[in-house]
Design a protein around this ligand. Structure first.
Ligand code: SF4
Length: 353
């Protein structure tokens, strides 16, 4: 471990933790708010640029803590679309990806919460990579702050916690990063433009509902049937769909937000007439909408396993499927497969070492 790794990552602290830390260094509490302003509104990456902070305090901060936790080491630009995929390296040499997806007047940044992912969803390249470690709050946030610094803060209108990893397994860091993003002093993105996507950890869905943050929640559904969901998402054997639906109902009621169901279309597995009926029933019971995601094959990563068997539903069938849902008064969106030429589309993030 080098000396930088030993230092405090200052963006791992919420504003109240930053206040305690600054008081502990012998400075006045209001200095913490000034530093917060430099970090999150001016996107400062250097204590010495914080001109209204006394020199002695800046020196102490330089000795004991660091600001930037990530270094961008590569960028892939999709041809034909403006999608960008960023590869970041952490201080301890781990690699993670984030994706910037422009769509009309919105630019959505998809960020990671773990290095790899332990959940092994069969349609997901990250799952096949395995799991290395959780990201800290600062590392989660720095994907946004470093991209905002490069492109301009106003250019990123939405954030989705939908990159590598399951945010609610890394709950503490995820919650802390959300708290920093939605802090009243942070002039960035509003809470209704932040979405956390989960494969379903019921207790944590309830914990998140009980915070005051009221961010949007997306749930990786992919099948309304427990046996099929368990086949493609092993986590369903531990936390069943039924248990998750109760937690989602709680979330929707408590936060007064609409749940988004993510639904990756898999040929013969979840694109049948009975799936349409089950989806219509499910969405009639919960304030929700469905995001249909065309599947990007990952056969090359696991030719002999379940992942290798999964095939995409043809696009014309996806349109008919969506139409039949709309006839049953279900709100449905079909997500664009932007960025599949650079493996930046949903479920394709995986680091090639
Ligand atoms: S879909 Fe999400 S939760 Fe499932 S393996 Fe991929 S990154 Fe993990």
């Amino acid at each position: 471990m080098n000396s930088t790794e030993n230092k405090l990552k200052i963006k791992d602290l919420t504003r109240s933790e930053l206040q305690s830390y600054i008081i502990g260094l012998g400075a006045k509490k209001y200095r913490a708010d000034q530093i917060f302003n430099w970090l999150y509104n001016n996107l400062s990456e250097d204590f010495d640029s914080m001109q209204n902070i006394p020199k002695e305090l800046r020196q102490l901060l330089n000795e004991k803590s660091i600001i930037s936790t990530l270094r961008k080491i590569n960028q892939d630009n999709s041809t034909g679309t403006l999608t960008r995929k960023f590869l970041f390296e952490t201080i301890d040499g781990k690699k993670i990806e984030s994706v910037l997806i422009p769509d009309n007047d919105r630019n959505t940044l998809c960020i990671s919460t773990q290095v790899g992912c332990p959940l092994d969803c069969k349609f997901c390249a990250t799952g096949l990579m395995g799991y290395t470690r959780n990201l800290s709050a600062g590392e989660i946030l720095d994907q946004y702050l470093s991209t905002a610094k490069e492109y301009g803060k106003e250019k990123i209108t939405n954030i989705v916690y939908m990159g590598m990893g399951e945010p609610l397994i890394n709950y503490e860091a995820t919650e802390k990063s959300l708290r920093l993003l939605t802090d009243e002093m942070n002039e960035g993105i509003t809470r209704n433009r932040i979405t956390v996507s989960t494969a379903g950890i019921p207790k944590r869905i309830i914990d998140l509902a009980n915070t005051d943050m009221r961010v949007k929640l997306a749930f990786s559904l992919h099948s309304c049937f427990e046996d099929i969901r368990s086949k493609i998402m092993p986590i369903n054997k531990k936390y069943s769909l039924a248990e998750n639906l109760k937690a989602l109902q709680y979330y929707a009621n408590k936060t007064k937000t609409k749940i988004t169901f993510e639904y990756t279309m898999l040929k013969g597995l979840n694109d049948r007439e009975e799936d349409i009926r089950a989806l219509a029933k499910l969405t009639s019971q919960l304030h929700s909408k469905i995001n249909i995601i065309p599947f990007n094959s990952i056969k090359h990563m696991d030719p002999d396993g379940i992942s290798g068997e999964l095939e995409p539903t043809p696009l014309d069938k996806i349109y008919r499927f969506a139409e039949k849902l709309r006839e049953r008064k279900v709100t449905v969106l079909i997500r664009d497969t932007q960025g599949d030429d650079i493996a930046a589309a949903c479920g394709q993030l995986a680091i090639k070492n």
